[in-house]
Design a protein. Sequence first.
Length: 114
Amino acid sequence: QVQLVESGGGLVQAGGSLRLSCASSGMFFSIYAMGWYRQAPWKQRELVATISSGGTTDYSDSVKGRFTISRDNAKNTVYRQMNSRKPEDTAVYYCMAKWRRDYWGQGTQVTVSS
């Protein structure tokens, strides 16, 4: 069974960098498209970044230039590097895997203080 486990969240100050990781199991990782979503308090879940099985990336306008998504197929892990953190980046961040259907992690809280 597919499992996605996010890690790396926490309370951080504005500015600087933070990297989230999402470790997967129970799936042939390299064929899955992967993505990061986030959900801020009182808002709908929104797409942050995606990376295809071939490594093509795409970003929402709100994070373009600050976030980088990457994957390590040997480690079955997808990463999200966040630079220049802003308080509005505060949210629960979810990892998503997609191949025929979507799979979701449990989420990790990131709180950016000003």
